[in-house]
Design a protein around this ligand. Structure first.
Ligand code: 4AD
Ligand code: MG
Length: 476
């Protein structure tokens, strides 16, 4: 018989038909009731065994074992489910030794512990919910752009440029580490390397996306990006996924609207399509909050927070206004910030979170950052000091989106590149877009894992990507 997914049986809610189900045992009570899960949804299917005297078989139905069941879908006698499967035959697909099964041995395994048992993370309710949501969000993002006529552009993973100019790149090379070929000056001779030059893993697909936008008008990338910054924080990964739309003819205001629309669209999508998973995560957080002292508890539960963000316009302020708010804040006056605040600083996570969580209590879009703390490609404002940058700050996360209107004026752009020691000759392919029919354009990058963090209410970015890459951690 063909396998039926548990989700479909539970959704269909009808009875008296035969099915085959396959999955992993979540629990087995009284030698009679199996809670079976196949990952298609949060809920387990109850499988009932009646009068089975096959002791040897019953012994092998343990937590974590995988089984195949043929049986009849019937109305459930018990509470908690409408339908259940009355088993006719049960086949063990894979045994799972209860004496050794880590999820059995640990009562309520911690998130930290689960990070170390990669294959089993997926078997828990929490990670099932997170990864179903992650999938759904990726799908919603593609749908959002597709519905608006954007072209999905696959930008390269191996590049020769440092788009952000931050120099935090992983080198890609086939040269021997121990004894690389040398040039006349004793430096590594990259002419002999695979690509005949020095290359790295991309930190952003933006520059290539700009080339696409200069002909296709609306493009976006959605791919892995890599940063060798040594930030061991709950918000940084060395390998993360980024969504980068780039739109010809858009200015900074259109850019803000697009980003706000995208965030609201995917929040709404998840509320509609992933309700069961969100309800579970909501409840999980409610329980977690109860452990905290009252003054540290969040004001809103997860779903309430998502609905609030969905239904309220994001606050829009300039960097200068943000600095003024911070300097005037009780937190600053009571020296609660670790980092100093004055015009020109890069906002630290503590500052961003103060603005969002304490001051405005909603997402904030900050524009007009000092040019000295932003990338070379951002459009220079007339004041000579700031650029048309925009960061979106989200509650519990800090920066979730970073973007800008781009400097489309060739003269201004090359001047800025010289000031920042960015080689213009190597970047001829990028500068060409400003030579042949340049137009105003804008774009942004949304960190996918930060988005998943925000929507799941998780607090560590390692818990929202299946295989996190962080400093000193890439075992599996
Ligand atoms: O602000 P960033 O560095 O901007 C860019 O890369 C631009 N090229 C984007 C553009 O305009 N097309 O990164 C964009 C976003 C951040 O706001 C953050 O959400 C995420 O990417 N991000 C990270 N996420 C996880 N781990 C890291 N190490 C991240 N660095 C940035
Ligand atoms: Mg940024």
């Amino acid at each position: 018989m063909k396998r039926t997914k548990i989700k479909d049986i539970l959704l269909k809610d009808s009875v008296d038909y035969k099915v085959n189900v396959k999955g992993w045992v979540r629990s087995f009570r009284n030698n009679q009731f199996i809670a079976l899960n196949d990952g298609s949804c949060m809920s387990n299917l109850q499988v009932v065994i009646e009068l089975n005297n096959d002791e040897a078989l019953l012994k092998r139905i343990t937590n974590g074992a995988s089984i195949s069941v043929d049986g009849m879908v019937v109305q459930s006698q018990g509470k908690g489910q409408k339908v259940e499967v009355k088993a006719e035959t049960i086949e063990i697909l894979g045994d799972c030794d209860p004496e050794k099964f880590p999820l059995q041995l640990k009562n309520k395994p911690s998130l930290e512990y689960l990070r170390e048992v990669a294959h089993l993370r997926f078997r828990t309710n929490t990670f099932g919910a997170i990864f179903r949501l992650r999938h759904s969000l990726a799908f919603a993002i593609h749908k959002f752009f597709n519905d608006r006529g954007f072209v999905y552009l696959h930008t390269p993973i191996i590049t020769a440029s440092d788009a952000e100019g931050a120099g935090e790149m992983f080198r890609v090379s086939t040269l021997p580490f121990e004894n690389p070929p040398r040039d006349e000056d004793g430096g590594v001779n990259y002419k002999e390397d695979f690509f005949g030059r020095c290359t790295n893993l991309t930190v952003s697909g933006q520059l290539e996306a700009e080339l696409g936008a200069m002909a296709l008008s609306e493009v976006y990338t959605f791919g892995p990006t890599f940063r060798a910054e040594n930030s061991n924080t709950p918000r940084h990964l060395a390998e993360f996924w980024m969504i980068e739309p780039e739109v010809a003819f858009n200015d900074i205001y259109d850019n803000m609207d697009l980003a706000e629309d995208l965030l609201k669209y995917v929040i709404e999508y998840s509320l509609v399509h992933n309700r069961e998973d969100l309800d579970f995560l909501n409840q999980r957080l409610v329980e977690e909050e109860k452990q905290k002292p009252t003054n540290e508890r969040s004001e809103m539960a997860l779903i309430e927070k998502l609905e609030f963000v969905l239904n309220n316009k994001f606050e829009r302020i300039t960097y200068t206004e943000a600095i003024n708010i911070l300097v005037e804040s009780p937190a600053y006056k009571k020296k609660k910030f670790q980092y100093d605040v004055k015009w020109g600083i890069d906002l630290q996570s503590e500052h961003e979170r103060y603005l969002v969580e304490k001051h405005f209590k909603k997402p904030v879009i900050v524009t007009g950052y000092p040019k000295d703390i932003k990338a070379f490609y951002m459009r220079q404002n007339d004041d000579g000091k700031t650029v048309a940058a925009m960061d979106i700050l989200a509650p519990g996360i800090g920066e979730i989106v970073g973007g800008s209107q781009r400097e489309e004026r060739l003269g201004k752009l090359t001047e800025r590149m010289h000031e920042m020691h960015i080689p213009t000759d190597e970047m001829y392919w990028y500068l060409d877009t400003r030579r042949f029919g340049a137009v105003p354009h804008a774009g942004f990058g949304l960190g996918f894992e930060r988005l998943v963090l925000f929507i799941t209410g998780m607090t560590n970015i390692r818990d929202v990507i299946p295989f996190p890459r962080t400093p000193k951690n890439a075992d599996f």
